[in-house]
Structures are given as C-alpha cells and as structure tokens.
Design a protein around this ligand. Structure first.
Ligand SMILES: C[S@@+](CC[C@H](N)C(=O)[O-])C[C@H]1O[C@@H](n2cnc3c(N)ncnc32)[C@H](O)[C@@H]1O
Length: 126
C-alpha cells in the first residue's frame, strides 16, 4: 500500500517494476484520477487499485491485509499522524514492512560534517 499516494507515481512505478499488486490511497479524487490515467496508459491497471480515503480512517481495509506499506512525503500533511500510524499498524501484517520517508515541517538541518564532490565538480558538504 502507498498511503498518501498523490498522483500515484510511486504506486505505478512499484507495480510496473515488481509486477505486484499495489494499492494507492489518497484523500484527493483529482490526484487519484491522474494516477489511474497513468496506470491505464502504462498497461498496469490490472495491478493497481486507487482508493479515495482518509489515512486516519481506514475502516474499509481489513486488519493485517498488507505485507508492506510505504508513505513518501505524506505524513507531514496529515492532521493526526499518530492516528494514521495506528491505522497503518492495524492493516499491516505481522512481520510486514512499513517505510516512511518524510521531513519535519520547520525543522532545520544540522551539518553531519561530510564533505564530497558534486557531479558538477563543485565541492559540497552536509
Ligand atoms: C506531498 S503529497 C505526496 C504524494 C506522493 N506520496 C508523492 O510522493 O508524490 C501528500 C499527499 O498526501 C495526501 N493527503 C493529505 N491528507 C491526507 C489524508 N488525510 N489521507 C490521505 N491522503 C492525504 C494529499 O492529497 C497528497 O496527495
């Protein structure tokens, strides 16, 4: 499951790359319509399912129904991320994988002290 899938870029990519069924959930009908368009154009609509829903109320999904859940840059937009995490835990199978990639709004990055070279040849640090 791709929670907060938006226009389904990741859902469609995963379905295409892995040949596995992927369910994308987002609150925006408009974005999901775009996700469907791309899935159809790519010939993978049999592998994807896009459902309009609120991530904090996934009552339309059974307990332990997903082997893996991914959330990319969506959690920071949610009103109640704790409630969402509880729901994700409920629908995730035992030993399933939950991957969250996000940022904390307003957080400031600290330097980790690493230095390197960019492909442009310029030096960089982080
Ligand atoms: C920054 S976008 C990221 C979209 C996608 N994961 C990506 O990386 O392209 C955040 C998404 O979260 C969705 N969203 C916001 N609140 C939501 C909610 N309560 N339930 C489900 N999706 C929500 C928005 O509609 C939006 O598509």
């Amino acid at each position: 499951m791709d929670i907060g899938c938006g226009e389904g870029k990741l859902s469609n990519f995963l379905a295409m790359a892995l040949g596995k069924e992927v369910c994308g959930i987002d609150i925006s009908d408009f974005k999901l319509a775009k996700a469907w368009e791309v899935a159809e154009a790519q010939g993978i609509s049999h592998l994807v399912q896009f459902i309009q829903g609120d991530a904090s109320h996934l009552d339309f999904l059974a307990d332990k129904s997903f082997a893996a859940i991914i959330s990319i840059f969506s959690l920071h937009e949610l009103e109640n991320p704790r409630k969402v995490m509880k729901e994700l835990r409920r629908v995730l199978r035992a030993k399933g994988r939950l991957i969250v990639v996000d940022f904390i709004p307003g957080a400031r990055l600290k330097s980790c002290g690493a230095k390197g070279t960019m492909p442009s040849g310029k030096s960089s640090s982080c």
